[in-house]
Design a protein around this ligand. Sequence first.
Ligand code: NAD
Ligand code: DAU
Length: 344
Amino acid sequence: MKILVTGGAGFIGANFVNYMVNEHPEDEIINLDLLTYAGNLENLKDVENKPNYKFYKGDIADREFIFNLFEKERPDVVVNFAAESHVDRSIENPSIFVQTNVLGTTTLLDASVKYGIKRFHQVSTDEVYGDLPLDRPDLFFTEETPIHTSSPYSSSKAAADLFVRAYHRTFGLPITISCCSNNYGPYQFPEKLIPLMISRATADEKLPVYGDGANVRDWLYVLDHCKAIDLILRKGKVGETYNIGGHNEKTNLEVVKTVLKAVDKPESLITYVEDRKGHDRRYAIDPTKIENELGWVPEENFDTGIAKTIQWYLDNEDWWKNILSGDYQNYFQKMYIDKGRVSE
Ligand code: NAD
Ligand code: DAU
């Protein structure tokens, strides 16, 4: 199979590419990424010279570029991770979320119809279902939960999902969608809760907790998400949506305190700040469908996954320090343009 992965230089995309290139040497992985602030080719150092891996820099919303790429590479499968992914940024600047997440996805869909793609997999999120109340622990998001978004980010993701479904119904494009809960693990950009807290705690900086810190997220180790997508590509039923999550609900305060304890820093670093606008209270996935139909089970629970993750950030300080200093953005120039491997 030739698999076009978009957004493969970001957090989950890079974990997926690293996993797929090694796990499936018989498959060809084409990684297309715009290298926005969230894209970092250092995440792919371990696979960049592998024979079944290739990288293109480009925008999923650039029609001409995308159609030329499909013409040249003729992928069998598309896995669309590329997105603006941070809720806080969507509150500051919603329009780039429409541009990338909605227009970018429909551009990929158009090319996929034209070139007869055998499977278009859309990487979506549990945020499309809105939020659940804190006092109803019996409620979970299932695949039948209505779309009910809160932020410009989740609205743009839900809009994209609706287009994906429409292209299946209208044009017969073979699609699948996955809606996953909060991921954590190596290579997560330090704007997101867990890496932000690890990087700040180790530097004895204040840890900003939004509102009362009681919001609940359902955490999944990133590799479990990647393996679920791989399974959906191979065994998933066309036209279906699969929720992915491992029943690891934690309040934000619990997560922050776990980080502090692991890096041996005092809870006095916690500082309560103004709440996020429209802040979703609780996310919780019911993964029964993917477990029963595809046999997926997560390999990590929160205790094992967070321990691994914190250790990774402690062992890879240079990785996130390069990001905080902005140096990582020179990597493409240094490794690709200066060496004449790619022209912009
Ligand atoms: P990320 O922000 O770390 O990475 C996004 C990647 O997309 C970056 O490499 C970026 O350069 C690239 N990109 C952005 N705009 C692009 C464009 N126009 N063209 C090509 N590439 C572009 O995001 P992430 O956390 O890895 O999330 C990946 C996907 O998974 C997103 O679609 C997100 O909605 C979804 N998701 C994320 C989570 C989570 O917890 N992080 C959970 C469920 C679903
Ligand atoms: O549920 C899946 C979603 O998870 C993905 O679709 C998104 O792409 C991903 O960013 C994530 O969204 P969240 O908004 O849940 O993640 P974030 O790391 O931004 O925040 C997690 C929780 O922590 C949330 O309740 C807000 C809170 N928070 C976050 C930051 C950055 C804080 O209290 N302080 C902070 O500084």
